[in-house]
Design a binder for this molecule. Structure first.
Ligand code: PLP
Length: 399
């Protein structure tokens, strides 16, 4: 049995940082994944909100194949066309003036935090006892696992084993402007927030909260960073989640769906921030390489179509309607935006995740009691029906 052999090898050779179910995936097509036993699964996890166009999308694959045969990597010591084309697309379709490319969400946030520190030093009196280094983050936030990003990630379980982390981070309560007002002051260089929290439980920010953060940042000369690693690029039903709020950040970080399944990160910034970064201040060997950027250009052009985004909103509304119709005493609430939907239960969702997988549906959690539904943005109504029917059956068994 190949499954058992590979699972045994995984246990022997891989650093044990993940708990994996006993399934070995071999390929995918659209919203479906297939395992080495020929079993088919409807993928409502999408690689944790990554596979925006589903698996093995034809146009994406054609662009990648063509680019791989031409040029995969030269490093950032040289110009390459797909990177510059992607930066231009991102700038022309957002608040930003310039882009820094890296390889993951953590790295994109790491870059934003470094830019904020240097911006504060460049714009405010900097001496031996320079104190404008504070960073404000929020309860239930998730910004990544590298030291800087981890320092702004809320769960102490993730942070404590690796202390001491980057100093100067204060946590305020998410969606509580009074708490934020206590934390943000003249010593703050940045405030980092997810407009819709993903890992922390699929929690959309209140419009007044984001507007208030913008005002607090302006009053205190701090930069506002929106982490749209999970909620950005069409997932919320708008190209950027911030558009719904009418609040513009100074920096925005992107990653997960941007290259449709290949590793990429991007930090979008205003001109004033870009101007304080000089050659050698920051960098990445792989960031924005021609292969990932050729894939990202395809993803961007597909997602950035009015009909595509309208379809995401329609599919999301249909998914929410179907979930709200479920008649289970287990359900506390259905929330989210677009195709980033949380189903909060009265009890831990782990048994539901397992039961659903055994019935051919992949879903993930967002915290202990919230089931996260983040299918490919191309998911069809029939696939939504199939997923909700499976969840309904599983919820009945769990009651
Ligand atoms: N920011 C947010 C909002 C995320 O959801 C994640 C990952 O889940 C990250 C940052 C970290 O991204 P990565 O795992 O690519 O480093």
């Amino acid at each position: 049995m190949t499954t058992n052999k590979f699972i045994a090898w995984e246990e022997k050779y891989i650093v044990p940082t993940y708990v994996r179910p006993p399934v070995v995936f071999t390929h995918g097509q659209g919203a479906y994944l297939f395992d080495d036993q020929g079993q088919r699964y409807l993928d409502f996890a999408a690689g944790i909100a990554v596979n925006a166009l589903g698996h093995a999308d034809e146009q994406w694959l054609a662009a990648l194949t063509e680019q791989a045969g031409r040029l995969t990597h030269v490093s950032n010591l040289y110009y390459t066309v797909p990177q510059i084309e992607l930066a231009r697309r991102l700038v022309k379709n957002s608040f930003a003036d310039r882009v820094f490319f890296c390889n993951s969400g953590s790295e994109a946030n790491e870059s934003a935090l470094k830019f904020a520190r240097k911006y504060a030093r460049s714009h405010h009196k900097s001496g031996d006892n320079f104190t404008k280094t504070g960073i404000v983050a929020f309860s239930a936030s998730f910004h990544g696992r590298s030291m800087g990003a981890l320092s702004t990630t809320y769960k102490s379980k993730y942070r404590e084993p690796f202390a001491p982390l980057v100093p100067g981070v204060t946590f305020a309560d998410f969606n509580d402007l009074a708490s934020a007002a206590q934390a943000v002051n003249q010593d703050s260089c940045a405030v980092i927030v997810e407009p819709i929290q993903g890992e922390g439980g699929v929690n959309p920010a209140d419009p007044a909260f984001l507007k208030g953060l913008r005002a607090l940042c302006d009053e205190n000369n701090a930069l506002l960073i929106f982490d749209e690693v999970q909620c950005g690029l069409g997932r919320s039903g708008k190209l950027w989640a911030y558009e719904t709020y009418g609040v513009t950040p100074d920096m925005m970080t992107l990653a997960k769906p941007l290259a449709g399944g290949l590793p990429i990160g991007a930090t979008l910034v205003t001109e004033a921030i870009a101007q304080i970064m000089k050659p050698g201040d920051h960098g990445s060997t792989f960031g924005g390489g021609p292969l990932v950027c050729s894939a990202a250009n395809v993803v961007f052009d597909r997602v950035n179509q009015p009909q595509f985004l309208a379809q995401v909103r329609e599919s999301g509304a249909y998914l929410v309607d179907r979930l709200r119709d479920l008649d289970s005493p287990q359900i506390v609430s259905v929330r989210g935006a677009g195709l980033l939907i949380g189903l909060e239960l009265r009890s831990p969702v782990a048994p539901l995740v397992t039961a659903a997988r055994e019935q051919g549906l992949l879903v993930i959690n967002a915290g202990e009691n919230v089931l996260r539904l983040c299918p490919p943005l191309t998911v069809t109504p029939a696939e939504i029906d199939q997923a909700v029917d499976i969840l309904e059956r599983c919820l009945e068994v769990l009651e």
